[in-house]
Every structure is written in C-alpha cells, then in structure tokens.
Design a protein around this ligand. Structure first.
Ligand SMILES: *[C@@H]1O[C@H](CO)[C@@H](O)[C@H](O)[C@H]1NC(C)=O
Ligand SMILES: *[C@@H]1O[C@H](CO)[C@@H](O)[C@H](O)[C@H]1NC(C)=O
Length: 473
C-alpha cells in the first residue's frame, strides 16, 4: 500500500521535475505554462501525426499513428493526386508508459522515389491525401534549421487561440507577444520553400507526459508531412524513470525512427544520411560517446566512408553545444567535445549545429578552443519562440572565437549552392516580420587546398568543372 502511494505520488509529481542532463546549469527556466492539446478530429481510424523522414537512398519513411489497431501499415502513393500507382507495407509498434498506452504507430518505407518530385500519398488505406516533395539529387539544396524550444511555445500560442474565451483575457501582454512571435516563426519557416527540415533535439517537450507527444505530432503534421524532418534527440526526449524505465527514449524511438539502420548505426540516437551533395551526421548528446563506445566507433566508421567527391559538404548536428559563451548550459557539451572533436576536425567537417541554449550564437571556424581555418563553424541555433526561456547572459567580453550572439527567436537557413559555396542565414523574428539578423558565406573545406592538401582536394580539383572557375569564386 505504501508502495502504491509512493507510485501515485511520483506519477503526479515527476512530470514537474525538470529534466536536466547535467548539473552544470545555473540557468533558471520560468515555470511551465498550461498546455492545451491539439486534438485529433478526423475519424478514429484515420491517420494522425503524419510525418516523413529520409530513409536511405531514394526512400522515404512515412510515420503515423492510428487510434484503432485494425488499420494496416500500408502507404499508397503516386505522382497524381488521388491516384496511387504504388503501395508499400511496413511495420507498426506501440508502447506503454505507466498508465498511458500509445495508439498504433506505423512506419512504412516507400520508394525508390524520383528526386525533386511531388508525391501524393494516403496512410492506412483511409483518410485524407497528403503530399510531399523529395529533395533534389544535386545542388542547390536548402535546409531549414530550427532550434530547441520551438514547440512548447506553439502550445502557448494554441492556449491563446483555442482555449481562452474572450472574457478570460488574463494573459499578460508578455505572453501575447511570445505567442505571436512563435506563430510568426512557424509561418516564416513554412512561408519560404526548403527541401529538408533539420532539428537538433527537443521535439515535444512532453517530458514524460505522453499525450503531449500525440499533441505535438498533430501540431507539426501540416509541415512534417510535406518535407522530410530529420531530428536528433535532446534532453527532453530522455524520459527515463528510475527502475521502471531506466533506458529512456521510449516514446522518441517508437515515434521518430530515423535512418539509423540504413547508416550502419545500432541506435536511433545517432545516424547519418546523404542528401544531394551533403553528408549529414546526427550525433547523440545523451548516449555514450567516449572512445570505445558504440557511438564513437560508429562515427569513426561513418567518417571513414565519406567520399568528399560525392558529398563535398559534411555537416554535423547535436543537441548540447560544444562551444557556448552563454551562461545557460555552459560546459554541458564539454566532455563530448573532448571525446569527439578531433575526429570531426580531422575529417574536415564544415559546420556543427547545436540546440539546447535558448539563444543564437555563431563561432568562427574553430578547433580546440582556438580559431582554426580548417575547423568547423559552430552554430547554436537557439530559440524558436519562448521569450521567457531566452538565455540573455552571454559572457562579456565575448570570447574572440564567438562572432555573433543574440538572445532572439528565429530559425536558420542553409542554402548550399554547389560543391564549394553555401549561404547561411539566421532569421530573427522582429514583430511579425522575418529579418535576416546574421548571415555568412561559406566555402566547403573539401574545396580548400590548404585544409585538404592530400588526395581528396586534388581529386576534387580534377573532378570539378574547371579549376579556373574555382579560383575566381
Ligand atoms: C480540426 O481542428 C482544427 C483546429 O485544431 C480546425 O481548424 C479544423 O477545422 C478541425 N477540422 C475538423 C474536420 O473539424
Ligand atoms: C505551408 O506552405 C505551403 C506552400 O505555400 C502552403 O500550401 C501550406 O498551406 C502551408 N501550410 C501551413 C500549415 O500554413
């Protein structure tokens, strides 16, 4: 009986305990706000929470949830709306978390698909028609990069739009400001086109309150069903519970499988993929990374397999930043940096994106805390919307390697034009306008003779259209 009381007590209170990855944080987050769920309002057997991800060469994985278990894990698809020339069957899973039982979670891999092509599809043989566009096979390609803390704010936005009656207008202007800013971030991401969505962790902020995963899935469906969403885990996905759920990531792994098997990884917590001429590596900040760990060995092998003639660009995403001059989460990425930075440096990784800190910060090319022309540019992609969650405390004066710091909301765009040139921009939300606050032209390290003096740069020179053109750029 006492045990039962303890369990009930824990069940009520553990969701309120902040999930901190390490103890180093001095940053105090504001108390959580009431969250209103996005309800499923199609029929019970109709798909909900539809999202797609890249799943190996020319394939896409379609994931969704159905309320009833009779629904088959089948996706019908084709290039004409409502006419399905092909169909594929996949697998399904479900999970239990304390008293919560998930719906049937379907994952179906479809393909081979043509590049830069719109496909129309239907999930589980009923319900609405969805569509997505596959990424291009060659440059240019554009990524939308959205940082941590984007989505709980949408919940604030929903709170305002769906739950408050006109008389219950006790929301402070501060809240309203945030909610509008959040809504505009989302609109901005969707308003201008992109090929692939990248998210370095912290998806639902469910923090063990499982229905919030469903709510999150419904919330992002209009976007995540149209373009591939490639994610890696943040601390808010951990959801461990002593003894009962010691391993964590139960909901994340069930709902957001990424192409880890396709990339030779044994864990959904780290993987890689190729798209156009870019090799993207998603690392796991919340699983072992020390020398000798599975992740370390996998990364070593993955990097060794990268052919910079095929993928001249090499970018990495992870959750807890290795470089950070903000007081928030300072030092949390340090042990991972120490374990893995040299490997990334030797492989001439072009850029490293992180989340976690609720601010935007861009570093110069850096290696081992010093500016280095052959190191990656490190960017903390910061905050999508929660004003009170912003991290204002940057070190003063800024370290010389930190080139831009700003505690604002927004999202980033990485447009890769060809094997050599890329444009990065950070779009701050100013009122309802989307303003480019920071931008940068980059050259791939694979095109640098200084950084790749051995075979690969020579080969690249040989395989490029003309060496003269390169010199001009
Ligand atoms: C479903 O709910 C959304 C708001 O959450 C609303 O805009 C939409 O019209 C609803 N659809 C149906 C079929 O009721
Ligand atoms: C996103 O943008 C596309 C293309 O402009 C538009 O058709 C779609 O309705 C937008 N989605 C949402 C949810 O606003």
């Amino acid at each position: 009986m006492e045990n039962l009381c303890l369990l009930v007590f824990l069940l009520f209170f553990f969701p309120l305990l902040p999930l901190q990855s390490t103890a180093a944080s001095e940053y105090v987050r504001q108390p959580p706000r009431p969250i209103i769920l996005t309800h499923h309002n199609r029929s019970e057997s109709d798909p909900q929470q539809v999202h797609i991800s890249l799943a190996g060469k020319d394939h896409v994985r379609v994931s969704w949830v159905s309320g009833t278990h009779r629904v088959p894990s089948v996706v019908e698809y084709g290039k004409t709306p409502g006419r399905y020339e092909a169909s594929a069957a996949g697998e399904s899973t479900k999970y239990q978390y304390f008293f919560y039982s998930s719906g049937k979670i379907h994952h179906v891999k479809i393909g081979p698909l043509e590049p830069a092509t719109t496909y129309y599809y239907r999930c589980g043989e009923s319900g609405p028609d969805f569509s997505f566009r596959t990424p291009p096979a060659t440059f240019p390609i554009e990524f939308a990069v959205v940082g941590t803390s984007f989505f709980p704010c949408l919940c604030f936005w929903m709170t305002y739009h769906f739950s408050l009656s006109p008389t219950a207008n006790s929301v402070s202007t501060g809240d309203l400001g945030q909610t509008e800013w959040t809504a505009s971030t989302l609109t901005h991401v969707n308003a201008s086109d992109y090929d692939v969505f990248l998210l370095p962790g912290d998806l639902s902020y469910a923090d063990s309150q499982q229905p919030l995963w469903d709510s999150f899935g419904r919330l992002v469906e209009p976007y995540a069903s149209r373009r591939p969403w490639m994610v890696t885990e943040g601390n808010h996905e951990i959801e461990t519970f002593p003894i009962i759920y010691p391993h964590g990531f139960k909901s994340y792994n069930a709902r957001w499988p990424m192409p880890y098997r396709e990339s030779g990884s044994k864990s959904n917590l780290y993987y890689s993929f190729n798209v156009a001429g870019v090799h993207v590596i998603m690392l796991g900040s919340y699983t072992d990374f020390d020398a000798g760990s599975e992740q370390y060995k996998w990364l070593e092998a993955d990097l060794a397999g990268v052919d910079r003639r095929e993928t001249p660009w090499l970018i990495v995403l992870l959750h807890a930043p290795w470089y950070n001059s903000n007081a928030a989460h300072k030092g949390e990425g340090e042990s991972m940096r120490k374990a893995m930075e040299e490997m990334l440096y030797r492989s001439r990784v072009d850029m490293v994106f992180a989340g976690h800190v609720h601010a935007y910060e861009r570093f110069t090319r850096v290696y081992d805390n010093k500016a280095d022309p052959c190191g990656p540019v490190h960017i903390t992609i910061g905050d999508g919307g929660n004003r009170e969650g912003l991290a204002f405390l940057f070190e003063k004066p800024s370290p010389s390697i930190s080139e831009f710091q700003e505690p604002s909301f927004g999202h980033g765009r990485l447009r890769i034009l060809d094997g050599k040139r890329a444009h990065w921009s950070w779009h701050r939300n100013d009122d309802s306008d989307c303003v480019v606050a920071d931008e940068l032209w980059l050259e791939s390290l694979s095109s640098s003779r200084a950084c790749m003096p051995t075979s690969s740069a020579e080969d690249l020179q040989g395989s490029s259209a003309s060496a003269a053109t390169r010199e001009e750029l």
